[in-house]
Design a protein around this ligand. Structure first.
Ligand SMILES: Nc1nc2c(ncn2[C@@H]2O[C@H](COP(=O)(O)OP(=O)(O)OP(=O)(O)O)[C@@H](O)[C@H]2O)c(=O)[nH]1
Ligand SMILES: [Mg+2]
Length: 348
């Protein structure tokens, strides 16, 4: 499963956010480096289409797609050189497919550390870049020895690594680095962790310096603490408390959805028997990939698939009417899945 890692300085509120997302109950404390070993948890992807399909077809079970979140140890300046929990932290970031970069903006005398969001952002960005530089330099060192043999492929790779190194040093975006799994090329969403007061008063505007530093990167305002409190409540109570606080948006849902988008996934649905279920798959996948994802036997014994779109189901409001209207298509194994496709796979 694809993973989203939560990254930031110690005491930024990473474990608090992680608990809100996954209800996994990771340890939270006012002192730094509470998290040493990474925590892994699963969050359901909020899905309005799935809920709508559920309302129409009334299956016994409705199953959401999920994403894995990883709560990673806090990072400090010098991590790339082994400071703090340096190397461990960086190895855990290397394993994730996308990053939620959580930035402390909340004042709280109880919680140690300072509130310097811009500095914190720059620190994390610099450490990730330095870790990439270190990785690329080591790789170049190894290849330079091998290149003495005159092998053309090695020479080409060396040139491309040299270009990547230049980009990192000039703080430019890195192109054509597929296969190296660099930290700075992972898709990233910035979350500003505001105090309860700043979030609910809606007076907080993102400082220009932060906007400039992040360029076109996406920013979401959140209070990890409020989200954690909300996540512990039952649905009705949660709604009430949210209204009381004056928060209209389901911030946590926004975070999960945006994380999901970072992973370049689309959703498809199965409606067989008593269960209606949402599945995630990489954009650009074929129906045969979906069949294997559901069950290996389904992939191996694939005959054909019946496919219709969520929009057509909604406008016809039943599968039989949709069939009458000729909107159910028979597709072969190479059919390219579209977001919102509802599929029934025939196999032997
Ligand atoms: N006031 C306030 N406190 C928060 C918020 N988010 C987290 N905290 C507090 O900040 C402290 C640190 O939170 P953690 O979630 O443990 O932070 P962390 O980033 O996981 O820290 P490390 O594991 O040490 O890297 C705890 O006392 C939290 O209760 C917030 O939104 N507002
Ligand atoms: Mg933690």
């Amino acid at each position: 499963m694809l993973k989203v890692g939560i990254v930031g300085l110690p005491n930024a509120g990473k474990s608090t956010l992680f608990n809100a997302l996954t209800r996994a109950g990771a340890e939270v404390a006012t002192y730094p480096f509470t998290t040493i070993e990474k925590n892994i948890g699963i969050a359901q992807i909020p899905d309005k289409k799935l809920e709508k399909i559920g309302e129409l077809l009334k299956p016994k079970i409705v199953t959401h797609a999920t994403t894995e979140f990883v709560d990673i140890a806090g990072l400090v300046a010098g991590a790339s050189k082994g400071e703090g929990l340096g190397n461990k932290f960086l190895a855990h970031i290397r394993e994730v497919d996308a990053i939620l970069h959580l930035v402390r903006c909340f004042e709280d005398a109880e919680v140690s550390g300072t509130v310097e969001p811009l500095k914190d952002i720059e620190t994390v960005k610099l450490e990730l870049a330095l870790a990439d530089l270190d990785f690329v330099e080591k790789k170049i060192g190894k290849l330079q020895k091998a290149a003495k043999s005159g092998n053309e492929a090695i020479k080409t790779e060396l040139e491309s690594l040299q270009r990547i190194k230049d980009s990192i040093q000039k703080d430019e975006s890195i192109k054509h680095s597929k296969g190296y799994n660099l930290l700075t090329t992972k898709p990233c969403l910035y979350l500003l962790n505001l105090s309860e007061k700043d979030l609910t008063s809606k007076n907080f505007t993102v400082p220009d310096q932060i906007r400039n530093s992040l360029g076109s990167e996406k920013i979401v305002l959140i209070s990890a603490k409020i989200e954690e409190e909300l996540s512990e409540l039952e649905r009705n109570e949660r709604e009430e408390y949210r209204k009381e606080l004056g928060i209209e948006d389901f911030t946590l849902d926004v975070v999960i959805e945006e994380s999901y988008n970072l992973l370049n996934l689309i959703k498809f649905y199965t409606i067989k028997g008593e269960e209606t279920r949402a599945w995630s798959i990489k954009e650009g996948s074929k129906i045969i990939d979906a069949a294997y994802k559901i069950h290996t036997d389904m992939g191996k014994g694939f005959i054909r698939a019946e496919v219709f779109s969520y929009d057509d189901l909604l406008s016809c409001s039943s599968v039989s009417r949709l069939k009458d209207a000729g909107l159910l298509k028979i597709e072969g194994r190479d059919y390219l899945l579209k977001d919102g496709d509802i599929v029934l796979i025939k196999f032997h």
